[in-house]
Write a protein that binds this ligand. Structure first.
Ligand code: GLN
Length: 194
């Protein structure tokens, strides 16, 4: 059984641990470089990307994260995690770093005030069985995407999920829905990479 870590600096860590367990992998929290070194895959949770970025620097994890991503570690990021996987943020807070890995530019809090939080059915390529229930909370969207990355879900004319090799990112939060199909897709990516 593959071991999948959840980056436990800030955000909805518990929900991802539960969703991963539901998807049939062994889920563990990751807070230290030694813990990162021992996982077969990693989830970067939803939360606040500026906080996750600052804490990753403070915990000495940013360099090791970038290194493992460069070496092909499968990583799934939801919402703030999607922002952390973007090579570029359109409107970064000063000093806000990303891990990067996905050839895309994201816009934070993209859906605007009227739509700060909403839910919508979203069809995700690679997820069988019909649309997932997309929970969007101050969600980013993908402003532009490079040739290396592939859009796998759209909502309202914007790309809201992306895949690039062993990296997966969604602007929405499947971990809040009890539907583990997106985590199951990621678990398959982790198994394929092993
Ligand atoms: N708006 C948050 C950010 O920019 C993301 C929100 C979320 O993860 N639900 O990091």
């Amino acid at each position: 059984t593959p071991v999948v870590g959840v980056l436990a600096l800030q955000g909805d860590v518990r929900e991802h641990l539960a969703a991963l367990t539901g998807a049939g992998v062994r889920a563990v929290s990751v807070r230290r470089p030694e813990e990162l070194a021992s996982v077969d895959g990693l989830v970067i949770p939803g939360g606040e990307s500026t906080a996750i970025s600052k804490l990753a620097v403070a915990f000495g994890l940013l360099g090791p994260l970038r290194e493992r991503v460069r070496d092909g570690l499968p990583v799934y990021g939801s919402c703030a995690g999607m922002i952390m996987l973007a090579d570029k943020i359109l409107d970064p807070r000063s000093g806000q770093e990303t891990v990067g890995g996905i050839d895309m530019i994201v816009r934070r809090n993209a859906f605007g005030r009227q739509n700060e939080s909403f839910e919508a059915a979203v069809e995700v390529a690679g997820v069988p069985g019909g649309p997932v229930h997309g929970v969007f909370i101050r969600a980013p969207w993908v402003e532009s995407i490079g040739a290396a990355a592939e859009p796998v879900a759209e909502y309202g004319g914007h790309t809201v999920a992306v895949r690039q090799k062993s990296l997966l990112a969604t602007a929405f939060h499947p971990e809040l829905t009890g539907d583990h199909r997106v985590h199951a897709l990621f678990a398959d990516m982790v198994r394929a990479a092993r």
